[in-house]
Write a protein that binds this ligand. Structure first.
Ligand SMILES: Nc1ncnc2c1ncn2[C@@H]1O[C@H](COP(=O)(O)OP(=O)(O)O)[C@@H](O)[C@H]1O
Ligand SMILES: [Mg+2]
Length: 382
């Protein structure tokens, strides 16, 4: 005859259940609203979800039930769902952020470094071109800029910068490549400096991908950076979550084309931001228009997509980078346009973008404002 199970003990066991998305204990997140034990050993657990339509609720229920059953005397477990209020959701996000900060392994990136993750809903929008040229433009302002090519299986930063060669190790740390861009410099890592060919890179998946990002952040001797730009792989998913855990202060910059398919991309990016709890700094529209020699402009890929996405996400449109052949061949030849043709239409746009980030948007996003904005995104994404 076992004693009637103790609700406090059940709650303690529930503390080991992690939210499948946030990887933080559901009790720590305030999701367990009540534990009741009946005379016959039946347990009722009330779980508050961010939204009742949460696709992961079956998973949460199974884990809650399994954890509760590990307490002697527990017979049946019933899980009841409740929906969080907007205030509770904001509180949950604040807790998730705090937990991520407390748990993240120490990175080699100095606390003062501004971390910008350049992301896009899909590939081919010019994310890497934008990342590389923004890095060059910031260095030309005199900054020391780290460039982390986190597009593990589609890395293109080595080619775009025209640098190669294996990274070397020193005292258990990886020494990144350095590239002077007077009066500043670039400090660069890429999977392209670690693997022999792209086929090897293709084998990297899922958790290993996150592990690679973690290694890039914790094992690379970055030095004293002003900025760290991260070229994220296209799409949503694991890596954004991993980044949020490792560097909760990172801000997302979303690259899009002017095509008005922005709605879909917006929804995906909003969802990505919601799931990863990263703040969104703004949108960059790339391939905006083709500027002809006589000054005429052709909107080859449509127009308005950047503005639409920025509005949808309630963040500023940071720049519109024109279509320019020199962006493409500069990338192919390892001579980024922001350094080699700073006075052309694309070069000027990158210089202005760097200026805007360094001057107008200098202070990091406030935590409170960021959380409030994410709460808004949450409603968009849900
Ligand atoms: N503003 C631009 N003008 C002209 N070509 C561009 C521009 N931005 C990117 N490209 C070209 O488009 C292709 C995709 O760009 P890339 O930066 O590799 O995209 P992503 O990293 O999003 O996959 C490349 O060939 C690149 O040179
Ligand atoms: Mg790319």
């Amino acid at each position: 005859m076992t004693a009637r199970p103790d609700p406090a003990e059940i709650e303690a066991r529930l503390g080991r259940v992690l939210d499948p998305e946030l990887r933080v204990s559901i009790t720590e997140l305030g999701m367990v609203k009540g534990v009741r034990v009946g005379d016959d050993g039946t347990v009722v657990v009330e779980v508050a979800l961010t939204t009742l339509g949460c696709p992961l609720r079956a998973e949460i229920r199974a884990e809650v039930a399994a954890a509760a059953r590990t307490v002697p005397g527990v017979r049946d477990v019933e899980v009841r769902y409740a929906e969080m209020t907007p205030e509770q959701r904001s509180a949950l996000m604040a807790r998730a952020r705090k937990a991520a900060q407390d748990r993240a392994p120490a990175t080699e990136v100095p606390a003062r470094t501004r971390v910008l993750a350049i992301a896009s809903g899909k590939g081919g929008v010019g994310k890497s071109s934008v990342t590389v040229n923004l890095a060059v433009a910031l260095a030309r302002r005199g900054h020391v800029v780290g460039l982390l090519d986190a597009d593990i299986w589609g890395f293109s930063v080595p080619r775009m910068l025209g640098i190669g060669g294996r990274l070397r190790g020193e005292d258990g740390k990886i020494v990144p490549h350095e590239l002077p861009v007077p009066p500043g410099r670039l400090v660069v890592t890429s999977m392209g400096f670690l693997v022999d060919d792209e086929t090897t890179a293709l084998m990297w998946r899922g958790l290993i991908l996150t592990k690679a990002l973690e290694q890039f952040l914790t094992d690379v001797r970055w030095g004293d950076l002003d900025y760290l730009l991260i070229d994220m792989p296209p799409g949503t998913g694991d890596l954004q979550m991993g980044l949020a855990r490792l560097m909760p202060r990172a801000e997302l910059v979303v690259v899009t084309t002017p095509a008005r398919a922005a709605q879909k991309v917006a929804a995906r990016v909003a969802d990505m931001a919601r799931r990863s709890h990263l703040g969104v700094l703004g949108v960059i529209e790339n391939m905006s228009e083709l500027v002809l020699d006589d000054g005429r402009r052709l909107a080859l890929f449509g127009s308005g997509g950047g503005e639409e996405l920025a509005e949808e996400l309630r963040v500023p449109l940071l720049a519109r980078i024109p279509i320019a052949p020199e962006v493409a061949y500069g990338g192919d030849e390892g001579r980024p346009v922001a350094g080699h043709d700073p006075d052309g239409p694309a070069g000027r746009a990158f210089t202005a973008l760097a200026e805007r980030l360094a001057v107008d948007l200098a202070p990091p996003v406030q935590m409170a404002g960021c959380t409030a904005r994410l709460a808004a995104l949450f409603d968009v994404g849900a």
